[in-house]
Ligand binder design. Structure first.
Ligand code: NIG
Ligand code: FE
Length: 417
């Protein structure tokens, strides 16, 4: 047995959430098998087996961790974030409270462009340093994996710098990160009225060659919206990226209904995200395409706007996922647990649906459902021990951190005593 190989028994679990591997379609999201008074065995970072405590014997030499009568769930996957950013925009938060809309603020000099200067002025190391405490808080609140987008550099070099920061952060702390190239987040000020020329620059073959050579991103995203990129431009972004081996995903149907989910389906996007204004045609299209519907209820909550139609999407049997959308403009919420509570109270998802959406389906939204987001033999042992005995209590204790212990690949990476 290699000396760094750890065999670990998580014992004294009041309720084990046996989340199945994603994608879990809407009609099966209501049901979560649980095992009461359980134990779970981990070998070399993977789940080996689990069951009622009485049937689980610890192999000789195995370490034991006492779950203390708490519930155990898979680590949360935050599948849509803008975690790397520089500077804050609390004045826009105040402007929205005073009645201005996101688009009005963007058109009067705020919005995404207001976050660009800070990124351009920062070094890669400064971006890493400023994101580290954010990721630590996310980890302590239960996020064990996160997708992180570029999109505030808006030059080739600054977008690549953001992605290099994501890669460095992945290597420097326990939250597993996956990069998404989002140069098409908005049109930078110096290209006003020349969106296609901007796309010529950021979609050059050499940029994708660099991304591939350094392993900087697996996905490419576009903000398909009136204030950003239209349908033909978004199609160009996603098709170009796909030719270069990046998987497409789309900021779709957030504010304006322009057919962005249909585009997501046409380009075979892994996920269509936001969906506050999705229509029936969009729902049918992403369903037929096998695209995961990623909902961002913390963002709508933060902006005091209408939520996405979660119940209609679940009823249509779509795999629905949740993410924070953490960013300095439209959602300064880092916690997936709070996001789940908002999904319950504002979108009428049940706590079980919210948990499946934040684990199995979120893992599917970043192509990691074969390894992450579920409790099944062979899955990576990314687990949370809660300080509440029942899974349903987690979303119910809204705004309180119920995560006591975080395991990543079978190792304790956070522990609150
Ligand atoms: O997902 N919608 C586009 N991008 C972000 C907002 C980014 C910003 O305002 O800085 C979002 O909500
Ligand atoms: Fe976003």
């Amino acid at each position: 047995m290699p000396e760094n190989r750890i065999v670990l028994l998580v014992d004294n679990i009041a309720e084990l959430a046996v989340v199945p591997p994603g994608p879990v379609p809407g009609s099966r999201m209501r049901h979560l098998p649980v095992i009461a008074d359980a134990a779970l065995l981990i070998d070399d970072g993977r789940i080996v087996r689990f069951g009622p405590r009485g049937e689980m014997d610890a192999p000789p030499g195995c370490e034991r961790i006492d779950a203390g009568g708490g519930a155990v769930v898979p680590g949360l996957v935050d599948c849509h974030t803008h975690t790397v950013f520089a500077g804050t925009r609390e004045h826009e938060f105040v402007q929205r409270i005073e009645g201005k809309s996101y688009v009005e603020i963007a058109e009067s000099g705020g919005g995404i462009n207001a976050s660009v200067q800070g990124i351009r002025a920062a070094s890669c190391e400064e971006l890493v340093e400023s994101a580290l405490p954010r990721l630590r808080r996310m980890l302590e609140a239960g996020t064990t994996t996160a997708e992180v987008k570029s999109g505030y550099g808006l030059t080739v070099d600054d977008e690549l710098k953001m992605l290099r920061a994501v890669k460095a952060l992945h290597e420097r702390q326990p939250v597993e990160l996956v990069g998404t190239y989002l140069a098409a987040h908005t049109i930078p000020r110096e290209y006003t009225g020349r969106a296609d020329e901007y796309l010529d620059a950021v979609l050059a073959d050499s940029v994708f060659e660099e991304i591939t050579r350094e392993g900087l991103a697996e996905f490419c995203d576009v903000f398909c919206e009136r204030s950003a990129f239209d349908i033909p431009q978004s199609r160009r972004v996603l098709e170009t990226a796909r030719r270069h081996g990046l998987f497409p995903r789309v900021h779709a149907d957030q504010i304006t209904q322009m057919g962005a989910s249909r585009l997501a389906a046409e380009v075979g996007a892994v996920s269509a995200d936001h969906l506050e204004t999705i229509d029936e045609a969009g729902i049918s299209a992403i369903k037929a395409a096998g695209t995961v519907a990623v909902l961002l209820p913390a963002c709508s909550f933060f902006m005091s706007v209408e939520q996405a139609p979660a119940r209609r999407l679940i009823q249509a049997d779509l795999p629905v996922a949740l993410a924070t959308d953490l960013n300095p403009g439209s959602c300064m919420i880092e916690s997936m647990a709070l996001t789940m509570s908002i999904a319950c109270t504002q979108m009428r998802m049940t706590p079980v649906e919210a948990l499946l959406a934040a684990t199995a389906n979120a893992a599917a939204a970043i192509n990691r459902h074969h390894r992450l987001g579920a409790i099944a033999p062979g899955m990576q042992a990314d687990l949370l021990i809660l300080d509440v005995p029942r899974v349903e209590q987690w979303a119910y204790f809204a705004g309180r951190n119920c995560v006591r212990t975080v395991l990543k690949k079978g190792r304790v990476v956070a522990n609150r005593t």
